[in-house]
Design a protein around this ligand. Structure first.
Ligand SMILES: *Cc1c(COP(=O)(O)O)cnc(C)c1O
Length: 241
């Protein structure tokens, strides 16, 4: 990375932090209560390190292989590392002990696989349950009506600590910015706040990305996952003829 690129990255991070703070203030909330997760997929170890240098405290990765490669290169030193992507049960074992939070637990089956791996490792793994709030066939996540049952079943696992909910609504429409889905998600979150289960603390509502994070914060998100606004547009792989 050139010095110029580092300065641009710093500027983008500062701008995102300011936008988060303003959105929190508009919603009458403390900016400190909003956790910024830098979605660092397709950005190499050097860029991740530069982002941490510029104030990023939490990194979120999407793909196990990519996470392991960058982990080996000490990309995440000084930051908290989380997993935010689609996860296959056979890859869970590679994450345990490396990530503080697995955000994308969209089925009881996956939750059980994580519980088993965590138990074997002698740790308690923090997770979020992913809700398919848009009820999209192509997307993972629990349909809202299956959430209660999933929480009840996974709360029996002592090696899991359910810390809240995560959602990836449909691609944000420029006018509504997913307002309806975010409100619906917040309602689901609030409904679960009052329920008492073992191993469940509804601390985090993770929703909002580059195109819609201010709306998500207005609707109650306290964790946003932002890639493009921090790192710039993700490069397409150039295939030479
Ligand atoms: C890539 C990604 C993000 C960030 O997306 P941007 O639109 O680039 O901000 C957030 N959450 C998940 C799960 C992602 O895969």
């Amino acid at each position: 990375m050139t010095e110029q690129e580092k300065i641009e990255l710093q500027d983008r991070i500062q701008s995102v932090q300011e936008r988060i703070a303003r959105a929190a203030e508009r919603a009458g909330r403390d900016p400190q209560d909003i956790i910024l997760v830098a979605a660092s997929k397709m950005n190499d170890a050097e860029r991740v390190r530069a982002a941490i240098q510029a104030g990023i405290r939490v990194c979120g990765e999407n793909r196990v292989q990519e996470l392991l490669e960058k982990y080996e290169q000490n990309a995440y030193e000084g930051a908290d590392l989380q997993f935010i992507g689609t996860l296959q049960t056979n890859k869970v074992k590679y994450l345990i002990g490396k990530v503080s939070l697995i955000q994308s637990v969209g089925s009881v089956h996956l939750g059980e696989a994580i519980a088993k791996a965590a138990e074997k490792h002698g740790i308690r793994q923090d997770i979020l349950l992913e809700v398919n709030i848009g009820r999209e066939a192509a997307k993972s996540g629990l349909p809202p009506e299956e959430l209660d049952d999933a929480i009840a079943r996974l709360s029996e696992k002592k090696s899991l600590h359910i810390r809240g909910l995560m959602a990836i609504p449909p691609v944000a429409d420029e006018t509504t910015k997913n307002l309806g889905y975010f409100n619906e998600m917040h309602q689901v979150f609030v409904d679960n706040l009052t329920k008492k289960y073992d191993n469940v603390d509804m601390d985090y509502l993770s929703m909002g990305m580059t195109n819609d994070f201010e709306t998500a914060i207005a609707c109650g998100a306290n964790m946003v996952r932002i890639g493009t606004a921090i790192f710039g547009a993700r490069p397409y792989q150039i295939v030479s003829p």
